[in-house]
Design a protein around this ligand. Structure first.
Ligand code: ZN
Ligand code: ZN
Length: 277
């Protein structure tokens, strides 16, 4: 018997330039694995500091500059899938790469489109993607650990403070490059920096995500790490999203139930953002 997976709310369909499965393929897979709610969160990366090199979506197999047209096509595809898969709850979201100044655009997206949710994620420092191994060293080797931490957490504060995002994506995204460059000291940088972020998140009703992709990559923990989460929870944070960060159907639902069981053991409550009081 297939066990039930309540939700996977961080899923990149092939509208994202780095993803390899279509919305319909994900829906078929969702049925097979017992997933009840799937939240699509295609990338929305328009940071001008990146020379807009990420600002593309794939529509009809063509790499296309992000525009209202690409967003409308994405939404339409999700809606069509909802009609084809009525037993599956489909949520339409975006994972927005946060940079200072994007707030105006997020306000416009909120008012002009009917998205169900927005994940705000910090991927870049000084326009350098923390996952691009080739160049992240340029940033990290020219910044002390406290300079890097201050800059990252300032961006994370903005995500929580602006009130435009429903979810803070993978809140310790700096972890892997940080471990490589700064060693274990990186594991503690959140301790004296989370307080004002959590206070802002409480005020704006923004929740934290549990992103299970670190487990998929053999990391033995999730993003953010359980120690980070425990600190955030003690300060009053809410966990309102869980997602696999799938870029292919083979990732869908991976480690979701395992993660929910682990946080339950720590007494951490998970209430997805789509469940209203
Ligand atoms: Zn992300
Ligand atoms: Zn993602």
């Amino acid at each position: 018997m297939v066990s039930i997976i309540p939700c996977d709310l961080h899923v990149h369909p092939d509208y994202s330039i780095d993803a390899g499965s279509s919305i319909k393929e994900y829906c078929v897979k969702a049925r097979q694995i017992g997933l009840q709610t799937i939240g699509f969160s295609t990338h929305y990366d328009v940071n001008p500091a990146r020379g807009a090199k990420d600002a593309f979506m794939v529509v009809d197999g063509e790499k296309t500059r992000v525009s209202d047209y690409t967003l409308e096509r994405y939404i339409k595809d999700c809606r069509e899938a909802q009609n084809l898969f009525p037993d599956l709850k489909i949520l339409i979201g975006l994972e927005i790469d946060y940079f200072p100044g994007i707030e105006t655009e997020v306000k416009r997206l909120r008012s002009d489109f009917s998205f169900d949710y927005f994940i705000g994620s910090v991927h870049c420092l000084d326009g350098i993607a923390m996952t691009s191994k080739n160049v992240v060293g340029d940033y990290l080797s020219s910044h002390s650990i406290s300079e890097m931490a201050d800059q990252y957490f300032e961006l994370l504060f903005n995500v929580a403070d602006c009130g435009l995002f429903d979810v803070i994506g993978h809140a310790d995204y700096y972890l892997l490059p940080g471990l490589r460059y700064y060693g274990d000291d990186i594991l503690n940088i959140h301790n004296d920096r989370l307080d004002r972020i959590v206070r802002a998140a409480i005020r704006t009703l923004t929740g934290f995500e549990i992103n299970t992709s670190y487990l998929r990559k053999g990391g033995g923990d999730f993003y953010p790490r359980i120690e980070f989460l425990k600190t955030a929870i003690e300060l009053g944070a809410k966990i309102n999203s869980v997602g696999s960060d799938s870029h292919h159907t083979s990732h869908l639902g991976a480690n979701i139930n395992k993660s929910l069981n682990i946080i339950r053991e720590y007494g951490i409550v998970f209430k997805p953002f789509y469940e209203n009081d």
